[in-house]
Ligand binder design. Structure first.
Ligand code: B12
Ligand code: SF4
Length: 529
């Protein structure tokens, strides 16, 4: 039975908890007395508590993030009710700030804030090797309370000093064979970000620290040898240090095998020639870049302390789309202070024109600890007090409109990002006009028709798209049917949905005779040649 159980609730089973593996790797002599036991947020709290307590640990270390803080709070309450003697230590970004306001912090024995790779080992050592009363004892016993620090127990809130990579053991051996076979493997060549975007937690992490390249690449070599094919870099800004980015890309290119896939988070306005040359050599679909655009509005960028060069950004997108096989996932945020719907719409249209394969429309969140809160009064920012703390309304976007944007984001995921409607999606604005406005019209139409944006079967969604495009937008049924059918077949399916019959070439009885149509920009409807 382990004395220390390291645990968390991941967002989904496929996401392995990388942070816990760092803590385990750096436990030193205590490593043999520790074990990682992971869950995901879809599991029941009582079942999780049962598994954890069956290990009979002395210490439970629990990783807290925005996606798990709600069930984790219930979990800590349950654990402490059943086994008050088990010491619960929290850590992770969600409990690294604003600790005084959080119920989960109140329930736990200790919280280590920040990067706890080394501090967790130190605190566990103190707690296991010395016979300190627990904080709870001290809280309940006035004698002990008065003694305070004299009793030597670690305080409730323990800030971890920033470690350097040279001090850290790397954690990659703690991905087990099951992880390698079934889960996303996260890797990290650097920590911290030099930029200061106020909505982002990483803007607080200074300074940037990089792992020694040879050590890191040795570990990547071992992972490749173990059969890892998909590497997801969690570095905040992979293209910060050109020499390092280049060396890492060259390393993977030299060892590339079909099926390998590499994901990087990039800033969009920094892609010098030397990096371009190597990126262009990767086969199509093997590199994925997550590129934060967030806003095209200079004024808003200034307000949130995020500056980017839009000309260079556009050039880089054009290069990536025309000369490389990179899959671009671009992020935009709706609800930023100073950004109206019109401004967001213009940014969305500008991004659509750059043709990234995916656009993630994120609704602004007020993450704990982030400086975006300084705009609350001036921009009348109203956030949901519950995780993930999304904006409900602000001075420029009222609640009803924000709801529309929320639906827009969900429907865009369903249609624009899903990969199921690659050819059909552009037809939504093929009649001319702004992609944002046209998609918003479709989104609201779908909302009225379906009531909700999730749980819609693919065939039903196709049928609604067909109906909307041909009736509401007066598109050519044959053209729409053909696009939908090609999209459907691209997913490896060939059972022709009934509503398409009669509209496709080769169908025995065409339902209508339609002229060849073309989409004309700025026209209200699609027009015939
Ligand atoms: C991988 C990842 C995810 C994965 C989930 C991973 C999982 N395990 O389930 C996915 C892609 C699903 C995801 C989604 C989201 N994410 Co995310 N994600 C990350 C990312 C890129 C990497 C995390 C990581 O492994 N880091 C490296 C390790 C070493 O660091 P760490 O995890 O922070 O761990 C250290 C400390 O936190 C601490 N620690 C961690 N656990 C424990 C436990 C104990 C006991 C102790 C003492 C200490 C401790 O010590 C560790 C070592 O130093 C981070 C950004 C980043 N680079 O960290 C964002 C990040 C964690 N995500 C964030 C956000 C906001 C989101 C989203 C809301 C984004 C969105 N646009 O919707 C969603 C929410 C998902 C949902 N379902 O609701 C924020 C977190 C804010 C918060 N308060 O939790 C981060 C920090 C990004 C940011 N810069 O703002 N995410
Ligand atoms: S949004 Fe990106 S560039 Fe800005 S602080 Fe966060 S990680 Fe850095």
């Amino acid at each position: 039975m382990p004395d220390i159980v390291l645990t968390t609730l991941n967002a989904k089973y496929i996401h392995a908890a990388f942070g816990l593996r760092y803590l385990l790797a750096n436990l030193g002599p205590l490593r043999e007395r520790a074990r990682i036991v992971e869950f995901d947020i879809n599991q029941r709290v009582l079942d999780i508590a049962e598994v954890l307590l069956a290990q009979n640990p002395k210490i439970i270390g629990l990783g807290i993030y925005i996606w798990n803080v709600t069930p984790a709070t219930e979990l800590v309450a349950t654990l402490k009710r059943l086994r008050p003697d088990v010491i619960v230590i929290l850590g992770g970004p969600e409990v690294s700030y604003e600790t005084e306001q959080q119920e989960i912090v109140r329930l736990a024995d200790h919280v280590i804030t920040g990067e706890a790779d080394l501090k967790f080992a130190e605190v566990c050592g103190q707690l296991l090797e010395s016979r300190f009363p627990t904080r709870r004892d001290a809280d309940e016993d006035t004698e002990l309370k008065r003694a305070g620090s004299e009793i030597g127990a670690p305080p409730k809130i323990i800030p971890a000093p920033l470690p350097n990579f040279s001090q850290l053991a790397l954690p990659y051996e703690f991905y087990n064979d099951d992880d390698v076979a079934h889960r996303v493997i996260y890797v990290e060549a650097s920590r911290g970000c030099p930029f200061t975007c106020e909505f982002c937690l990483s803007s607080l992490d200074v300074p940037v620290r990089a792992v020694a390249l040879d050590r890191f690449l040795d570990e990547m070599q071992k992972l490749l040898a173990r059969g890892v094919r998909q590497f997801k870099f969690v570095d905040r800004t992979f293209n910060l240090n050109m020499a390092t980015s280049r060396a890492i890309l060259e390393f993977f290119l030299a060892r590339h095998q079909p099926g390998n896939f590499y994901h990087f988070e990039m800033i969009p306005d920094r892609l010098p020639l030397e990096l371009r040359a190597i990126i262009a050599q990767f086969p199509a679909g093997t590199l994925q870049f997550e590129v934060g655009v967030q806003t095209f509005n200079e004024h808003v960028g200034g307000l949130i302390s995020r500056r980017q060069n839009h000309t260079r950004l556009e050039e880089n997108f054009r290069f990536l789309r025309s000369e490389t096989g990179v899959y671009i996932h671009a992020d935009l945020i709706a609800g930023l202070p100073g950004e109206s719907v019109e401004s967001f719409a213009a940014g969305f249209d500008r991004l659509v024109a750059l043709r990234p394969q995916e656009i993630q429309v994120g609704i602004l969140k007020r993450l704990r600890g982030t400086p975006i809160a300084r705009h609350d009064a001036e921009w009348e920012m109203v956030y949901n007090p519950h995780p993930p703390y999304e904006i409900l309304q602000n001075k420029l976007i009222d609640f009803a409109t924000m709801q529309k944007l929320r639906r827009f984001a969900r429907h865009w995921d369903l249609v624009g990002n899903s990969g199921n409607f690659v050819e059909t999606t552009p037809l939504i604005w093929a009649g001319g006009g702004s992609p944002f406005a046209c998609f918003l019209r479709w989104s609201e139409w779908l909302h009225a028709r379906a009531g909700r944006g999730d749980g819609i079967a693919l065939a039903r969604l196709m049928e609604w798209l067909f109906e909307h495009l041909t009736h509401e937008q007066r598109g050519d049924p044959q053209l729409v049917a053909e696009a939908l059918w090609r999209d459907y077949q691209r997913g490896g399916r060939n059972d022709k949905p009934a509503f398409l019959r009669g509209y496709l070439p080769g169908d025995s009885q065409p339902r209508t005779r339609v002229p060849r149509l073309r989409a004309k920009r700025q026209a209200r409807h699609w027009v015939a040649d």
